[in-house]
Design a protein around this ligand. Structure first.
Ligand code: F0G
Length: 461
C-alpha cells in the first residue's frame, strides 16, 4: 500500500457496464472496453439508481450527501482530501486499499472579470482543471481507472496520448507502484507534458504517426499482452472525470449554470461532464440541466462536421492539424457519447481558428488564469456562441479549462514574441494581445524610462 492509500470505507452503489449502442450489459469489459456484441463503447451504470427502493437502500439522499461531502472537507484522510473520492458514493466500488490518489480534483471555480467584460457576460466563470496534480483534468479519471488496474492485479498500464494523458498515467502508475507504457505521436507533444512522462518513469514510445494511429496500435497491444488500457475508452476514466461537474455544482451551491463549455478532442471529457449532470438531475441534486456545448479547433473538427454533415449519425473523421496539440485528434473514440450529451442537454458545437484560440488564451491570461491552447478554445467558442445568439448576456456560463499554462510554454512564448503565425492578417489581429518582453540596459534610469514609455498605464498616473 502506498502512503496515499487509506483504509477508510466508502459506500458506493453496485455498478455494471452497459454498451452505449446495443445496451447489452456485462460485468467483464474485456481488454479494450468494447461491447462483445456490437463493438461500441461501454459505460458504467448503477442499476439501483433507477428505482426509488434502490435509492433508499443506497442512501442516495441529496440533502444528506451534500452535507456529508461538505463535512469531509474538514478531514485530513487522503480519500476525503481528493476532490474525486470525496464524492465516492457516485463512483464504482473499489477496495480502498487499492486506491491511488494524488489529491486530484479540487479544481477552483474562478470569476473572469476581464473576459466577462470582453464578451459581455457578467456571470462568466472558469473551472480550472489545470490545477490538478499533473496540471490537467486527466488526473480525476486516472485516480479511478488506475486504482481499478491495481485492484485487478495488473503490473503494467498504458495509454496513447497527445501528452496530458501520458503525464497523468505516468504519475499515477509511479505513485501506485505500477509500470507505464505511453505511445505518443512523434514531434507533436508539448515539452511540458513529455518531460512529466519521462520524470515519472514511463516507458515512452514516440511513434511516427498521429494520435489516432497511436490509439489504434495501443488497442492491438492490449489484446496481445497483459497491459491495462488507461485511455478514456476505459469507462472508469469517465466515472472519475464526471466528478468535475459535481465539484462545480457544489461550488455553485447546487444551482447549475445555464451553459457549460468544454473543449473537444477524443470527446471523453465532455461525455463525462454530461453524464454527471444527467445523473445529478436523475438523482434529484439539481432541478434543471445546463446546456453543454463542445468546441473544437477548425483544423481538428470531426465532431463539428459529424453534427453538421450527418446530423450526428455517422462519424466524419478528419486529418487533424492544430497548434492546440492536446486536441489534435481526427477520429474521436467517444463521438457517440458526445452526441448523446449534446442531444440530452440541448447543447451545440462550434469550431474556432488558430488565431482565435491564441487570442482567447492571451485574454484568459489577463485574468491571471493560465491555461493551455486546447483549453482556450472554450472562450473563443463562447464568443461565437454569443454572436450566434445561442448564449445571451444574462446567462451564467462556465468554461472548462482543461490544462495549465505551463504545459505548453512554447506556444505562449511564440505568441507573445510574434512568431506563432506567419500571415500578416493573423499578426495584425493578434497585435493588441501580444506582450513581448523588452530588452532594457541594466541600470535604474533605463528601467524607469521603460516604465515611462508605458504612457497612461504607468504606475502613479
Ligand atoms: N484539453 C486538454 C488540455 C487535453 O489534454 C485534452 C485531451 C482535451 C482538452 C480534450 O479532451 O479528449 O476528453 O475530448 N487530451 C488527450 C491526451 C487526448 O492524450 O492527453 P477529450
Amino acid at each position: 500500500m502506498s502512503n496515499s492509500t487509506t483504509s477508510a470505507t466508502s459506500a458506493p452503489s453496485s455498478s455494471e457496464f452497459r454498451c452505449i449502442a446495443c445496451k447489452s450489459e456485462t460485468q467483464n469489459p474485456g481488454a479494450a472496453f468494447r461491447c462483445d456484441g456490437c463493438g461500441d463503447l461501454l459505460e458504467v451504470v448503477y442499476p439501483s439508481w433507477s428505482t426509488a427502493a434502490g435509492l433508499r437502500a443506497g442512501k442516495l439522499d441529496p440533502a444528506a450527501l451534500k452535507a456529508l461531502w461538505r463535512q469531509r472537507r474538514k478531514s485530513f484522510k487522503p480519500l476525503d482530501r481528493s476532490g474525486v473520492w470525496r464524492f465516492r458514493e457516485l463512483l464504482p466500488a473499489v477496495d480502498s486499499s487499492h486506491i491511488i490518489t494524488l489529491r486530484e480534483g479540487n479544481a477552483p471555480l474562478y470569476p473572469m472579470p476581464s473576459c466577462s467584460r470582453e464578451v459581455g457576460i457578467p456571470n462568466l466563470f472558469a473551472l480550472h482543471q489545470g490545477m490538478n496534480p499533473t496540471g490537467s483534468f486527466k488526473d480525476t479519471g486516472m485516480t479511478v481507472a488506475a486504482s481499478f488496474a491495481r485492484q485487478a492485479s495488473f503490473s503494467w498500464v498504458a495509454c496513447a496520448s497527445t501528452g496530458n494523458t501520458s503525464a497523468s498515467v505516468a504519475a499515477y502508475a509511479a505513485h501506485g507502484g505500477l509500470h507505464s507504457l505511453v505511445l505518443i505521436p512523434e514531434g507533436q507533444v508539448a515539452w511540458g507534458k513529455l518531460s512529466q512522462a519521462l520524470d515519472y518513469g514511463a516507458f515512452t514510445c514516440q511513434l511516427r504517426t498521429d494520435f489516432d494511429g497511436c490509439l489504434r496500435i495501443l488497442h492491438e497491444v492490449v489484446q496481445r499482452t497483459q497491459i491495462y488500457l488507461l485511455n478514456s475508452v476505459n469507462p472508469y476514466r469517465v466515472e472519475g472525470q464526471k466528478i468535475a461537474a459535481v465539484e462545480l455544482l457544489e461550488q455553485m451551491d447546487w444551482v447549475p449554470p445555464d451553459h457549460v463549455i468544454v473543449p473537444g478532442g477524443n470527446l471523453g471529457n465532455c461525455s463525462a461532464i454530461g453524464k454527471a449532470f444527467l445523473e445529478m438531475h436523475q438523482l434529484g441534486f439539481i432541478e434543471r440541466l445546463p446546456k453543454i456545448s463542445i468546441i473544437q479547433a477548425k483544423g481538428a473538427n470531426p465532431l463539428v462536421r459529424t453534427v453538421r454533415e450527418s446530423g450526428g449519425r455517422h462519424l466524419v473523421a478528419v486529418h487533424a492539424e492544430t497548434a492546440a496539440t492536446a486536441i489534435r485528434i481526427g477520429s474521436p473514440a467517444s463521438w457517440r457519447k458526445a452526441i448523446r450529451v449534446l442531444e440530452a442537454t440541448q447543447g451545440t458545437v462550434e469550431e474556432v481558428t488558430e488565431a482565435e484560440i491564441a487570442m482567447a488564451k492571451a485574454e484568459i491570461g489577463i485574468d491571471g488564469i493560465g491555461c493551455e491552447p486546447a483549453s482556450a478554445v472554450t472562450l473563443a467558442g463562447l464568443k461565437k456562441l454569443r454572436t450566434r445568439g445561442f448564449v445571451n448576456s444574462a446567462e451564467t456560463v462556465v468554461l472548462i479549462l482543461t490544462g495549465h499554462l505551463l504545459k505548453d510554454p512554447d506556444f505562449t512564448i511564440k505568441f507573445h514574441s510574434g512568431s506563432l503565425f506567419s500571415t500578416q492578417a493573423d499578426q495584425a489581429v493578434l497585435l493588441g494581445q501580444r506582450r513581448a518582453p523588452i530588452a532594457v540596459d541594466a541600470n535604474t534610469d533605463a528601467v524607469l524610462r521603460a516604465i515611462d514609455s508605458l504612457g497612461a498605464e504607468r504606475p502613479g498616473v
